[in-house]
Design a protein. Structure first.
Length: 510
């Protein structure tokens, strides 16, 4: 009988693989990178390749006993099948880290209930009727919030499960309206502000699901004139009665304009301008479209290149009232009545553009984007000869890379999230005054001289808008889990939500 010795296990290839991976990861995490995602994505690829290399080594080149190799293969196959059956990727964080959950985790919703509204058709200064508030700039003059949440803690009025999506709340009177996705239905839902009771829900049998962006609507409804205007992630633009939720009209913009649905859907919150409702079609050429508010009929279509995932803003710059929109490769201004292009400034930087533009004065416009793009300050003035507008770049800076959070201006300082870290910027020069406080890729609302910061992990921070230093006054564990949804503040009612839950807090005022 042949009793020749069994070959020794060949360990050195595995050791070499581990050593190479360690060096590569050190290079990724210790070297220069324009943003955190530029480190996370390569690391994930390295992890997958490392697992594959070690598996090939174990099965083909290790000289392990045949029974051991078959056992390794069986364990890997069973584990892969089990993980596939048990967990799913529901999206990623703002830094592209995958988020996983159990597949059997279910969410229960209340059935839609129709009832008449007790109030809410008329808007008053305490309302928060659209994306980023009354002026669409994430800035409120009041109320004067209490600064000490230990002595005057926020009072939770209600908490409930909601459908998936990244919409915020629009508030008018007692009506708090948001957008959700429940199973295969995309919803516009009205809740009662003070109780969280569902008043009505309008459903379209459609939905969006992407591995990176998750599920559900991205845009926030706009309330005006007793109607709710909402753009779903799949391109359905609805005008609904605020009291009952019944449709006044509905348009499928993807079919109507023959465009391809973008990777992350349609995120443009409807902008109401006079008798028009204006939205941007993400990634479509001639992406800016206007429909008549009364019946939904198309009025004009315009554009200056492929659209982005940003939302248009109505501002007056250089003495001209205009709709400003950030496109994939440019920033442009359009005449509200006709869509005519008034000016365009090229901005060909890689990565998605999501943060809306911010007017700093009568002639200055700040734009910012993540993925290493940074910020630019533009000055607009009447063109020589009296026709159109001319654009001049005042500065560009890498010191504020707002991925999708709002930027706000207070007391001559711009506040924003630079790749997830709160930053105070000098708008005259683009130089940083300070950078501190890791809030992740969340959102900001300026209330008087205070910043309400919705953190990416779900908490809400109260921060002083101080040009000299970062001073956090209080922190509230409002939600749990990834929160990209902007908060809404109607009076002293703070509404927060993410893709699973919503809550309402009453904040103390001075």
């Amino acid at each position: 009988m042949d009793r020749s010795p069994r070959p020794h296990v060949r360990w050195w290839p595995a050791a070499l693989i581990v050593a190479v991976v360690a060096v590569r990861l050190a290079f990724v995490w210790l070297g220069e990178a324009p943003h955190t995602q530029a480190r996370v994505v390569p690391s994930l690829k390295i992890a997958v390749l490392t697992f594959a290399a070690l598996l090939l080594w174990a099965l083909l080149f290790s000289r392990l006993p045949g029974r051991v190799r078959w056992t390794i293969l069986l364990v890997v196959l069973v584990a892969a099948a089990g993980l596939r059956a048990a967990i799913r990727v529901t999206g990623v964080t703002g830094d592209a880290v995958p988020i996983v959950e159990w597949r059997w985790k279910a969410v229960d919703y209340e059935d839609p209930v129709a009832s008449a509204a007790t109030s809410g058709d008329g808007l008053d200064p305490r309302d928060y009727p659209q994306f980023y508030g009354p002026r669409r700039d994430a800035t409120l003059a009041g109320p004067r919030l209490a600064r000490d949440w230990t002595a005057n803690p926020p009072v939770e009025l209600w908490r409930r499960q909601v459908g998936e999506g990244w919409s915020s709340f629009a508030v008018a009177g007692t009506a708090a309206v948001t957008q959700e996705q429940r199973g295969g239905r995309e919803m516009v839902v009205r809740y009662e502000l003070a109780t969280g009771r569902q008043v009505w829900a309008h459903a379209d049998r459609t939905g969006l699901e992407t591995t990176v962006g998750g599920r559900g609507p991205r845009a926030t409804p706009t309330i005006a004139g007793g109607r709710v205007h909402a753009l779903g992630a799949t391109g359905i633009l609805n005008a609904l009665d605020l009291a009952t939720g019944r449709p006044a009209w509905s348009r499928n913009l993807v079919e109507e304009y023959g465009v391809t649905l973008a990777d992350y859907g349609m995120p443009s919150s409807p902008l109401l301008v006079d008798d028009l409702v204006v939205v941007q079609l993400a990634r479509a050429e001639r992406s800016l479209v206007a429909h008549r508010r009364s019946d939904g009929e198309p009025v004009w279509r315009a554009g200056a290149g492929a659209g982005s995932y940003s939302t248009p803003a109505l501002v007056t710059l250089g003495g001209v009232r205009q709709i400003v929109v950030v496109n994939q490769g440019s920033v442009a201004g359009h005449a509200p009545e006709t869509g005519e292009l008034l000016w365009r400034e090229q901005w060909p930087v890689p990565g998605e553009k999501i943060t809306p533009p911010l007017a700093l004065s009568h002639d200055r416009l700040l734009v910012s984007a993540g993925y290493g793009a940074g910020s630019r300050l533009l000055r607009l003035a009447p063109a020589d000869g009296g026709g159109g507008l001319r654009v001049e770049e005042i500065w560009r800076s890498p010191r504020l890379k707002s991925k999708f959070a709002s930027m706000v201006l207070h007391g001559g300082t711009v506040y924003g999230l630079d790749d997830g870290v709160l930053t105070a910027l000098d708008p005259e020069t683009g130089e940083r005054r300070w950078k501190s406080g890791r809030y992740g890729h969340g959102q900001i609302v300026l209330v008087g001289d205070l910043l309400l910061i919705q953190t990416e992990k779900g908490g809400v921070a109260l921060v002083e808008a101080n040009p000299d230093e970062h001073r956090e006054l209080a922190h509230l564990a409002a939600l749990d889990g990834k929160t990209w949804n902007p908060p809404a503040l109607a009076g002293n009612y703070l509404l927060v939500r993410n893709n699973r839950a919503a809550a309402c807090y009453r904040l103390a005022v001075e």
